[in-house]
Design a protein around this ligand. Structure first.
Ligand SMILES: *[C@@H]1O[C@H](CO)[C@@H](O)[C@H](O)[C@H]1NC(C)=O
Ligand SMILES: *[C@@H]1O[C@H](CO)[C@@H](O)[C@H](O)[C@H]1NC(C)=O
Ligand SMILES: *[C@@H]1O[C@H](CO)[C@@H](O)[C@H](O)[C@H]1NC(C)=O
Ligand SMILES: *[C@@H]1O[C@H](CO)[C@@H](O)[C@H](O)[C@H]1NC(C)=O
Ligand SMILES: *[C@@H]1O[C@H](CO)[C@@H](O)[C@H](O)[C@H]1NC(C)=O
Ligand SMILES: *[C@@H]1O[C@H](CO)[C@@H](O)[C@H](O)[C@H]1NC(C)=O
Ligand SMILES: *[C@@H]1O[C@H](CO)[C@@H](O)[C@H](O)[C@H]1NC(C)=O
Length: 499
């Protein structure tokens, strides 16, 4: 049945794309060693939130609070118990690599100190399983799930104490998993976390201060905290990267990078103001993370506008941060128009940037639109402005409402277009080395969990959390196996057998 569906699907897709895609391509067009994968993160996939010694993260706390948008149990995939089945699906799909994260509160429930043996065992088993099937793990150390214990004790990322605790957590991972893991990303989307969690107050720990953000936060300071938090993340990243170089690299030979949320940005109008605002927004969003890592300090425009509120790197810190990322993980979904803003309030990240982000496409849901040139723009911008570093695209994908059909032809259209744009960038000299589709299966989504990105549908009402392949799963698999082109004889015979 599956095989049959697969072929039918390919026929349909071939039909759908034969006209629109003048520049057809296959996996073989990518350089040798380029990896294709898919992804999920611990909190979004594992479930089992209070099993085997895991402690709560700030996301558990938020979801159980009055403002939380649902019970976590409603959206988990039970990956903790179903990891063998899932790795087998990855293998059957033909993935070269897989991006996952380690849950800090599962591995070290108090945030620091004792390692939870059952947590350790789970990640060893998972990584063994991936290795057994020849799937290369790309591991993110921190993907939003900060141990609540550290938030309670000193405010998490606000305090420089986090640098040592994060480095110690990373060391446990290097020591225990480093024989199998050669690609480490330290922190997921530091820029989005700092902006969303500490200026706007829309994601945990929901910090903001009036008149900024939602203005409905019980704690925070939108003028200062986003900058402090991002600064501490860069220092924690750099401290971790140094540790790896000093103690583990000579025997494990892996690499340590960081990720960055990367909208592509284009001016809303052709006015000079909007053009300048667009460059400013690129500096505030991408430059905030990438500039210190490449040049040792924040962009000049940020220093000028943010002034004293922007933390300074000491000479040693600047040296530590500069060149501390072996690669950049790009997280890209969509393109935004940028409009110059004359903000009536001054003094938070948003008003410092002084630019409005306006969704480019027609859809109400950001990231529905297919704008593949946006990813090309990001990759070209990084190439030209940051010395063409190695890049992995660690997230890219299209949401659909979770309850919609498993015939997700729109997702196929998106993936086909965006992977094509990666190929164009690589051909034009970008040192992009891998592409990870988000997400392997429907997950609990942090921002709006009615919309999911999975290649596999997951029935969250089913105690078994049954996984069912969508059309996109068949397409991606066919692409990975180099068989997207179906001979005519096969397609005509299938049209017959579908009667
Ligand atoms: C603000 O928070 C309170 C309780 O913490 C909640 O009742 C209210 O709906 C929130 N308002 C907004 C606009 O989110
Ligand atoms: C935020 O911090 C700055 C600098 O410490 C201070 O001047 C300002 O009053 C604080 N704002 C709030 C809302 O606490
Ligand atoms: C280390 O890794 C690099 C690239 O990842 C590879 O070229 C090199 O051969 C490896 N060295 C050893 C000693 O395994
Ligand atoms: C928006 O809709 C118009 C009219 O339907 C269409 O021509 C255009 O291509 C759409 N733009 C995007 C970015 O989808
Ligand atoms: C599916 O979900 C969307 C978004 O939440 C909602 O608008 C729509 O009514 C739902 N459709 C069905 C059939 O439940
Ligand atoms: C290709 O790369 C060259 C050299 O970096 C650059 O000038 C050009 O704009 C790039 N083309 C595209 C389409 O990005
Ligand atoms: C999901 O699972 C529930 C419970 O087993 C079942 O009643 C329902 O039909 C399933 N939904 C789909 C779309 O398969």
């Amino acid at each position: 049945m599956r095989q049959f569906l697969l072929v039918i699907t390919i026929v349909l897709l071939r039909w759908a794309f034969s006209v629109r895609c003048s520049n057809d391509y296959s996996k073989n067009d990518f350089p040798e060693g380029f990896v294709f994968g898919s992804a999920f993160s611990a909190f979004q996939w594992e479930g089992a939130v209070d099993e085997d010694g895991r402690s709560p993260s700030i996301w558990d706390t938020y979801l159980h609070s009055e403002n939380g948008h649902g019970r976590i149990e409603d959206g988990d995939c039970d990956g903790y118990h179903k990891y063998k089945e899932d790795v087998r699906l990855m293998y059957e799909m033909g993935l070269d690599a897989f991006r996952l994260s380690i849950s800090w509160p599962r591995l070290i429930p108090s945030g620091r100190g004792l390692v939870n043996p059952k947590g350790l065992r789970f990640y060893k088993n998972l990584l063994d399983e991936l290795t057994r099937y020849g799937i290369e793990p790309h591991v993110t150390l921190f993907h939003n799930d900060l141990p609540q214990a550290l938030e309670d004790e000193y405010g998490g990322w606000i305090d420089r104490k986090i640098i040592d605790d994060f480095t110690a957590f990373a060391e446990v991972c290097f020591r225990e998993f480093g024989n199998e893991v050669k690609h480490w990303s330290t922190i997921n989307e530091p820029n989005m976390l700092a902006w969303g969690g500490y200026d706007l107050g829309v994601i945990p720990p929901m910090h903001c201060s009036p008149p900024f953000g939602t203005g409905n936060c019980s704690r925070g300071n939108s003028s200062t905290e986003p900058y402090i938090v991002l600064h501490n993340m860069l220092l924690a990243h750099a401290s971790t990267a140094r540790l790896y170089k000093q103690k583990y690299k000579y025997k494990q030979n892996g690499s340590v990078g960081i990720t960055c949320y990367a909208y592509w940005m284009v001016p809303f109008t052709s006015s000079q103001e909007d053009k300048i605002a667009t460059q400013r927004a690129k500096d505030f969003f991408l430059g905030w993370v990438l500039h210190p890592l490449v040049f040792g300090d924040y962009p000049d425009i940020m220093r000028k506008i943010v002034g004293k509120r922007l933390p300074r790197f000491s000479k040693d810190e600047s040296d530590l941060v500069k060149d501390s990322s072996d690669f950049f993980g790009v997280i890209h979904y969509t393109t935004m128009y940028i409009k110059h803003l004359s903000s009536s309030y001054q003094g938070d990240f948003n008003s410092d940037m002084n630019a409005a982000l306006i969704p480019f496409g027609n859809s109400t849901m950001v990231a529905f639109d297919v704008l593949p040139w946006g990813l090309e723009g990001v990759l070209e911008y990084i190439k030209q402005n940051y010395g063409n570093p190695p890049v992995y695209i660690l997230e890219n994908g299209r949401p659909t409402s979770h309850n919609s059909s498993i015939n997700d032809i729109g997702r196929v259209e998106f993936l086909h277009a965006y992977i094509g744009s990666v190929l164009k960038s690589v051909r034009n000299g970008s040192d992009t080395r891998g592409y990870f589709q988000w997400s392997f299966m429907d997950l609990f989504e942090f921002i709006n969990f009615k919309y999911t990105f999975g290649l596999y549908y997951v029935n969250f009402s089913d105690p078994e959390r049954k996984r069912s392949p969508k059309t996109s799963a068949f397409w991606y698999s066919a692409f990975l196996k180099g068989t997207t082109k179906v001979p005519k004889s096969v397609s005509s015979s299938l049209e017959f057998s579908s009667q």
